[in-house]
Design a protein around this ligand. Structure first.
Ligand code: FDA
Length: 391
């Protein structure tokens, strides 16, 4: 026998649970199916276990998409303050860490509990441990078959996220179903992911563990945050941010001294002519990094005996040290996915597919990817909320 609902949501993650709760609180009978044993696994490990659940500086410009305007509607209808109000209504203590990033004081589990409590208010049926075997559409209804039976509804919400971190149960199911129903998918790539170095650049791997604040850039994108050298290449927030923009073959430029005024090295020559470049850099950067950069710049004498031209060239290199990453650590380590189901296929107001009424796509499955720092959950809440008003 086929169980009937008003809406079936595939995926009990951030976006799916938000959508289900909203739809159900509007009186819809909602079923949520997930193949994992428990809901919200990515939420549970997010933000180092404290869930960076939103960002106060949320703005459409902080999201990557083939259509940069797409996210505007959902984000303006359900913003960071809306989710914060929900967090406070559930008595969850929170704090702003840096750059508008809001975290739970306690644990990320509080956010999962909040979502489950909101689902309970609307009597959502949540079934975990369900493998989705097939999805079909006929006579205006979607039918989903799992090992425990069939369910059907006039609305189907794809909320199974992107393929980043398969170990946590991530799959490309949303893309497969989108293609089955004729929707285009923008090539998915790993994002917010460490970059790998080899060849000449690999020498920097000896600095594994060294971190410093930089401005890292790729193309027009530039981020001022910490960069971290790893045994495989580069990581840290600045590099993770840049990785979302980086494509194979492109360079990443790092300004190691973002606060240095132009001409600072010539000024240092005037003030301290008996000092070496290495000693100057040691005063500004972690020692191991200072030594490695001084060695690679190849200026071993004291500043007073180094030509102005050589010092200008050294300053320029320190302000735009280029790395040519050979790759990234891939979907196994990527916090999110750039690309996904094309926004051209969806209504930005309801997230419903234009070609297939009743089919909705929300969260990371959509070609909308936020910066690091709570933006991706905000997109999950906003897109889930938007679809929840429409199913
Ligand atoms: P999400 O991945 O949350 O949920 C998808 C659900 O679908 C999962 O429950 C999964 O089991 C299920 N599913 C997948 N395939 C299925 C299949 N074939 N059949 C049935 N079910 C299936 N963002 C942020 O804003 N702040 C942060 O602090 C962090 N921290 C962070 C840490 C780490 C380690 C990672 C990997 C990611 C983050 N993120 C983050 C990103 C954030 O987790 C992500 O953007 C959202 O979880 C996306 O929400 P969705 O609901 O779209 O997918």
């Amino acid at each position: 026998m086929t169980a009937t609902y008003d809406a079936i949501v595939l995926g009990a993650g951030a976006a799916g649970l938000m959508c289900a709760a909203q739809g159900a609180q509007r009186g819809r009978r909602v079923l949520v199916l997930d193949h994992a044993d428990e809901p919200g696994r990515k939420i549970l490990i997010s933000g180092g276990g404290r869930c960076n659940f939103t960002n106060l500086h949320t703005a459409p410009e902080r999201f990557l998409s083939a259509n940069p305007h797409f996210a505007r509607s959902a984000l303006s209808r359900y913003g960071p303050q809306d989710f914060l109000a929900l967090v406070e209504a559930h008595g969850i203590a929170w704090h702003e860490k840096t750059l508008g990033q809001l975290f739970c004081d306690g644990s990320a589990r509080q956010i999962v509990d909040l979502l489950l409590a909101e689902c309970d208010k609307g009597a959502v049926t949540l079934r975990c441990g369900e493998t989705i075997r097939a999805v079909s559409h006929a006579d205006g209804r979607f039918t989903v078959r799992t090992d425990s039976g069939e369910a059907s509804a006039p609305a189907l919400v794809l909320a199974t996220g992107g393929p980043s971190i398969p170990k946590l149960g991530a799959t490309g199911l949303a893309y497969d179903l989108a293609r089955q129903f004729g929707l285009k998918v923008v090539e998915p790539r790993p994002a917010l992911v460490p970059l790998t170095l080899s060849g000449e650049d690999a020498l920097f791997r000896e600095l594994s563990g060294v971190a410093t604040e930089v401005v890292a850039g790729c193309g027009k994108a530039a981020f001022r945050e910490a960069a971290l050298f790893t045994h495989r290449g580069l990581s840290g927030p600045a590099i993770l941010q840049v990785s979302s923009h980086w494509r194979r073959g492109e360079e990443v430029a790092v300004d190691f001294l973002p606060d240095a005024a132009p001409g600072w090295l010539l000024a240092a020559k005037q003030e301290r002519p008996r000092t070496s470049l290495q000693a100057v850099l040691r005063g500004l950067l972690p020692t191991r990094l200072a030594d490695a950069l001084a060695e690679r710049l190849g200026l071993s004498g004291v500043l007073g005996e180094t030509t102005d031209k050589a010092l200008r060239a050294a300053e320029a290199r320190l302000a735009g040290w280029t790395f040519r990453p050979t790759g990234s650590e891939g979907f196994a380590k990527a916090e999110v996915t750039v690309g996904g189901i094309s926004t051209a296929e969806l209504s930005s107001k309801t997230m419903e597919a234009r070609k297939m009424p009743g089919l909705y796509v929300i969260g990371e499955a959509v070609d909308v990817t936020g910066w690091l720092g709570g933006y991706n959950f905000q997109w999950a809440w906003a897109s889930g909320w938007a679809a929840g008003q429409a199913v």
